[in-house]
Design a protein around this ligand. Structure first.
Ligand code: ADP
Length: 246
């Protein structure tokens, strides 16, 4: 059954007095793969970070699965931008994925065989089972992103947020990731992806959030991905944007 997975009302966020997100209101139903698009600096990352409560809001109400974020944290997975992660941190691929199982572990329990098997299963889903003993810093961009998706899968969350998951990622990793995200949505999960490359937007997403500080458009991808709507956010003739992969 469909339910409101993410509800955002009148969200305002600013940095040192400069507004980055202004008055955004929207409801996302479960089972949707939603892209957040908009020009550079439009507030896309700020929007998801503030929805997740990682940065403070000036104003606004956010509910995920009908509750404030801190009550449903275990059900929310977040994959930050790759360049915001310390890849020199000495941790193996398997241990990185096992971290995803921690929210479900009881206090003071370390992961056991069951969790390790589950982490390996998640690595298999992203095609990275042969890399389980590698250090994460030794992987390519695409492989790192697959591992971070495996960690999110290991968490068994219901709502997933990914910030620019395809930047610096090879085509085959991108295809694998998109396939898994679509599968998650078919199973009723909700997935929100910040994505700047418009050329794939129609192929990848069910719905689009078009941001330029304010909410310029929101809805089914075919309704938002229209020249007049897109132009309002990008202020560039839309015909060129596709080719440029803005
Ligand atoms: P996008 O993800 O769409 O590129 P961001 O959410 O990163 O946009 O940024 C929105 C605006 O907020 C930009 O003008 C950016 O410079 C500013 N901004 C982002 N993060 C910070 C920060 N930590 N401190 C100050 N300004 C910031």
């Amino acid at each position: 059954m469909k339910q409101t997975a993410i509800s955002v009302q009148d969200l305002y966020v600013s940095y040192f007095g400069t507004e980055a997100v202004s008055g955004v209101t929207l409801d996302i139903e479960s089972g949707n793969l939603v892209g957040i698009v908009g020009p550079n600096g439009a507030g896309k990352s700020t929007f998801i970070k503030s929805v997740l409560g990682l940065i403070p809001r000036d104003k606004g109400l956010v509910n995920i699965l009908g509750a404030p974020v801190k009550e449903v944290q275990k059900q929310i997975a977040y994959v930050p931008q790759r360049n915001h992660i310390d890849w020199d941190f000495p941790i193996t691929v398997l241990d990185a994925v096992l971290l995803g199982t921690y929210p479900k572990l009881k206090w003071f329990r370390r992961p056991r065989k069951k969790e390790k098997q589950w982490a390996m299963e998640c690595l298999r889903r992203v095609g990275m089972e042969d890399f389980s003993r590698r250090q994460i810093g030794e992987l390519s961009g695409g492989q790192q992103q697959r591992v971070f998706l495996a960690r999110a899968l290991a968490q068994e969350a219901d709502v997933f947020f990914l910030d620019e998951p395809f930047v610096g990622v090879d085509v085959s990793s991108e295809e694998t990731i998109v396939k898994i995200l679509k599968e998650l949505c078919r199973h009723g999960k909700t997935v929100v992806v910040v994505h700047h490359d418009l050329s794939k937007a129609q192929e990848y997403f069910d719905q689009l959030i078009l941001l330029n500080k304010e909410l310029v458009g929101f809805g089914a991808v075919q309704d938002v991905f229209q020249p007049d709507v897109m132009q309002r956010a990008y202020q560039t003739p839309f015909a060129f944007m596709n080719e440029m992969g803005v």
